[in-house]
Design a protein around this ligand. Structure first.
Ligand code: NAI
Length: 330
């Protein structure tokens, strides 16, 4: 049996960086055959077809088939994993409400098509921005599919945070663990190092030996650097993050399916954990156990951290309310 994976926006940049790695086994391992469904809008079909030709030329032994379509019902038919990458970017002069409305027009119908056509074990990773709220919209539109089958990507933010810590501590990134991203995948996100470890030792202790004032460094250097890294990449590279985003999407989905030993970060549905209103898709510390994300509970959250989390969650509430006004959420 092969796993059927639907990638939306497959003709775009992240799609191009994702498909070949999936076909090479980076996501599901060297023993799992894959069938790819590339879902695009009509204007993107040619680019997706080009990627399909190159996938053929890759002669990937794990790749059983590649289909390109602009019909969501066909694209999600029988799919076990969906990576929702295609989204409407913010155009010039576009207000946030317009952006949310445009994306509701994409993620609502896709959620409905997933409910109608996907396999009963479907899991959906949302990458397209605004990722948390797009996941909420897709989930709300997917009648009969449990909300915990939807999650949105904050792994890139976590990876960025771990890499910044590793650079500052002059240590391999593998030694840095338990960094949490809370809230929204946006500039309000809270990268939290209070439970992070380096070689098992508290990161905060290690930082105290490296920087003059840890709190100043966190607030003035680390958090802005992580939260604004996307803008930094655009400025330096002249184009948004692509390969690192695709890599994070692969790691996120791989952990979800195959399990994670260590905790990581993902935006998942809240049941009220850490005071985050029930039903929001907010980033939490999570572990993947038996194909499900489990929120790591019981962590101490001090007043400063709580205020940071609440600020990001407030933004998620605003986005949810704006979408609710559009009549997309029940
Ligand atoms: P891109 O513009 O290169 O590609 C997007 C593709 O989606 C285009 O080919 C477009 O035709 C397609 N598309 C648009 N609407 C669609 C629909 N209804 N169904 C199927 N396909 C559709 O953009 P790129 O660089 O690939 O980024 C994709 C998304 O990922 C953006 O929303 C971006 O903001 C987001 N992103 C998220 C990150 C995260 O960490 N969560 C990190 C980096 C990017």
């Amino acid at each position: 049996m092969a796993t059927t994976i639907t990638v939306t926006g497959a003709g775009g940049q992240i799609g191009y960086a994702l498909l070949f790695r999936i076909a090479a086994g980076d996501m599901l391992g060297p023993d799992e055959k894959v069938r790819l469904r590339l879902l695009e809008i009509p204007q993107g079909v040619k680019a997706a077809e080009g990627a399909a030709l190159e996938l053929e030329d890759g002669a990937f032994e794990l790749l059983e088939s590649v289909d390109v379509t602009d019909d969501a019902e066909v694209g999600f038919d029988g799919c076990n994993l969906a990576l929702l990458v295609g989204a409407r970017p913010r155009g010039p002069g576009m207000e946030r409400g317009d952006l949310l409305a445009a994306n509701a027009g994409i993620f609502g119908p896709q959620g409905a098509a997933i409910a109608a056509r996907a396999a009963s074990d479907v899991r959906v990773t949302v990458v397209g921005n605004p990722a948390n709220t797009n996941a909420l919209i897709a989930s709300a539109s997917a009648d009969g599919v449990p909300a915990d089958r939807f999650s949105a990507l904050t792994r890139l933010d976590e990876n960025r945070a771990r890499a910044q810590l590793a650079a500052t501590l002059e240590t391999p990134v593998a030694a840095v663990r338990r960094v949490t991203i809370w809230g929204n995948h946006s500039a309000t996100q809270f990268p939290d190092v209070s439970h992070a470890t380096v070689y098992g030792r508290p990161v905060l202790d290690a930082l105290a030996e490296r920087v003059e004032d840890v709190q100043d460094w966190l607030e003035g250097t680390f958090i802005p650097r992580v939260a604004k890294r996307g803008a930094e990449i655009i400025e330096v590279r002249g184009s948004s993050s692509v390969a690192s985003a695709a890599n994070a999407a692969i790691e996120h989905t791989r952990d979800w399916v195959r399990g994670s030993t260590e905790w990581t970060s993902a935006a998942v549905v809240s049941h009220g954990e850490y005071g985050v209103p029930q039903g929001l898709m907010s980033s939490f510390p999570v572990r993947a156990v038996d194909g499900r994300w489990e929120i790591v509970e019981g962590l101490a959250v001090d007043d400063w951290a709580r205020a940071r989390i609440e600020a990001s969650v407030a933004e998620l509430i605003e986005e949810r309310d704006a979408v609710r006004e559009l009549g997309v959420l029940r």
